[in-house]
Design a protein around this ligand. Structure first.
Ligand code: CP3
Length: 360
């Protein structure tokens, strides 16, 4: 859908298509779209109710529950996009790795990948088993009928490889980097296998109705620029391009990425997710203004008094300077204990800022 940006229909043009997807493509919008990383989570009473009766993985594997959790969060907040309720680690299972979420600990992979034989044993032919995520996306897409953007997602090769190798979260990524530096054939094979599985997984999600795919490279900030270039960039770039071939925009997100933004943009992703460790305008300059950005409020600002919160929200919107291609979001996910009313207040602040700017 091509926008009409000049002539008598210019004013209506910004209403064609939903504003989130338009912003991903740097098309003009009526106001800045807003959604939140981890908008369906334990900070929300409705989610905690569902979690009383079902484990995290159970919710993910039951499409009607995953769709319900996704829809409830998006409607309660009044956001412009709904991210499908799933988890980064789900593709590990069809690849042959068992994992579980231990309460308060995050994910634990029972038999981490440490040797070339472990990599050889990983399967790439069973991504179809993730069809339950596609069914959930169908439910969400049917519910919203294109009024909201529906976001599918997957982990990036580096971040998923680090979970597979470390067996969980990590501080120093020693096992990961040890394989990366010392056993480059195993490392490359691992990333290649991940790209195969993730590509098929994204294809399932897009076929089911995902408008946009976000690729989470959450832990990429553990690499310096030279290591990113030598060991992770190529696999990310290939995945980004493969997803774009499916016809949807790609958001590429990571944390502690200030030194990597130019390289992340070079993957070709349509939108780069920014964390909050530098001002949005500095981040956008590093990405380049020819690409959209998403971010970048510190999620812990949601615990601040409303005046402080509003000041920070306005600073971000001012830094975006009304340029096409800004999606308001956090710099990382909402944490448990966050007051829901403050998240809702941010949605109002983003809307009101725009209408005030439009009126005067
Ligand atoms: O609303 C949404 O954002 C959609 C749901 C979503 C979940 N996981 C559900 C979830 C998304 C987008 C993810 C992605 C994910 N999972 C990432 C990338 C995003 C990021 O934070 O950088 C990562 C690194 C994971 C792996 C993961 N899953 C960890 C480290 C944890 C434990 C951390 C914690 O908050 O406890 C999870 C568990 C998890 N995944 C929860 C949710 C709502 C919370 C635990 C629960 O409900 O029991």
């Amino acid at each position: 859908m091509e926008p009409i940006t000049q002539g008598p229909h210019a004013a209506e043009a910004v209403l064609v298509g939903n504003r989130f997807v338009r912003a991903c493509r740097r098309l003009p919008v009526d106001r800045t779209p807003v959604w939140f990383l981890r908008q369906a989570g334990r900070y929300m009473q409705e989610y905690r109710e569902v979690r009383k009766h079902h484990s995290l993985v159970e919710i993910c594997k039951r499409p009607e529950l995953a769709a319900e959790v996704t829809i409830t969060a998006a409607e309660k907040l009044g956001v412009d996009a709904a991210i499908i309720f799933a988890d980064l680690l789900l593709p590990l299972e069809p690849m042959g790795l068992d994992f579980e979420f231990q309460s308060g600990e995050g994910p634990v992979v029972h038999r981490p990948v440490r040797t070339e034989e472990d990599v050889v044993a990983l399967r790439t032919d069973r991504a179809g088993e993730l069809g339950y995520v596609a069914r959930a996306i169908e439910g969400v897409a049917n519910h919203f009928h294109s009024t909201l953007g529906v976001i599918g997602f997957c982990g990036a090769p580096y971040t998923l490889a680090s979970y597979m190798i470390e067996g969980g979260g990590s501080r120093n990524y020693i096992y990961t980097k040890r394989m990366m530096y010392n056993d480059s054939s195993a490392w490359r094979m691992l990333l290649d296998k991940l790209v195969i599985v993730l590509e098929e997984y994204c294809q399932l999600q897009v076929a089911a109705g995902a408008d946009v795919i976000q690729i989470f490279d959450s832990w990429i900030g553990s690499l310096g620029p030279a290591d990113y270039a030598d060991y992770a960039f190529d696999a990310s770039r290939r995945l980004v391009r493969a997803v774009q071939e499916l016809g949807v925009p790609v958001i590429y997100f990571g944390v502690e990425t200030a030194g990597l933004l130019g390289q992340m943009a070079a993957t070709g992703a349509d939108v780069i997710g920014l964390d909050w460790r530098q001002p949005l305008d500095a981040g956008w300059r590093a990405v380049g203004h020819g690409r959209a950005v998403q971010g970048n409020l510190d999620p812990i600002t949601l615990f601040a008094p409303l005046e402080v919160l509003e000041e920070r929200v306005h600073q971000i919107l001012q830094a975006a300077a009304g340029r096409a291609g800004h999606i308001f979001n956090l710099g990382h996910g909402i944490v448990p204990g966050t007051p829901v009313e403050n998240v809702q207040a941010v949605v109002r602040m983003v809307r009101e800022f725009m209408s005030r700017a439009a009126n005067g």
